[in-house]
Design a protein. Structure first.
Length: 207
């Protein structure tokens, strides 16, 4: 089990390095490919998690509610970053955030939305919470598994060279990791991740 987790995380590091640092193609295309590849990895080595994906109205509701809550956290966080920027502590805040949204390229919002729904947000949650955190729960306990998963989920974003994106990954990792720790319901974090991505990238971008 431990070897599978190490192999999976190593694969994620390689894919995020290609996607964020080498950038051989459009960001959203690369993210779609990377997360789909991780989905295939999980399907090959741990099909069990896919049996937990049966639709459930309660999970949909809590997932949507948590996505709105997380969006509120980022909205307030952005106001704080603006305040910090006013004192010249983070002069390039606006540029760092704009660089994140610049990854859209020439893709239409509809196409990006479809990629976000599947495989990007879907694949990230199946891999990080449904595979890594779930497997680590068994190996080292829930809280240690949470911290290690958050660490790796954050650190793979270092390849973006964007402090704001790394911080965002850290906050999201804690948020979704805690939800999965307390509920052990992959459907809630899936819905939460999908709707948060749609809110933050497509519907109501934050600058």
């Amino acid at each position: 089990m431990k070897r599978k987790v190490v192999s999976g995380v190593s694969l994620a590091f390689l894919l995020w390095f290609i996607t964020f640092y080498l950038k051989p193609a459009n960001f959203w295309f690369l993210m779609g490919f990377s997360t789909f590849f991780l989905l295939v990895f999980v399907f090959v080595f741990d099909k069990e998690i896919f049996s937990e994906l049966k639709p459930e109205p309660k999970s949909f509701f809590y997932g949507l509610l948590s996505a709105v809550l997380l969006y509120g956290v980022f909205y307030i966080g952005n106001l704080f970053l603006k305040y910090v920027s006013a004192f010249n502590l983070l002069k390039n805040r606006r540029i760092l955030i704009e660089n994140i949204y610049a990854n859209k390229g020439n893709f239409s919002p509809v196409f990006i939305s479809l990629l976000i729904i599947f495989p990007i947000a879907f694949g990230e949650e199946i891999f990080w919470r449904g595979f890594v955190q779930r497997k680590m729960n068994v190996l080292i306990g829930k809280w240690k598994a949470l911290f290690i998963t958050v660490f790796f989920y954050s650190i793979v974003h270092v390849f973006s060279l964007n402090p704001v994106l790394i911080l965002a990954a850290f906050v999201c990792g804690i948020f979704w990791g805690l939800i999965y720790l307390y509920t052990e319901n992959i459907r809630i974090v899936l819905i939460s991740h999908i709707f948060w991505d749609l809110l933050i990238f497509i519907i109501f971008p934050i600058f």
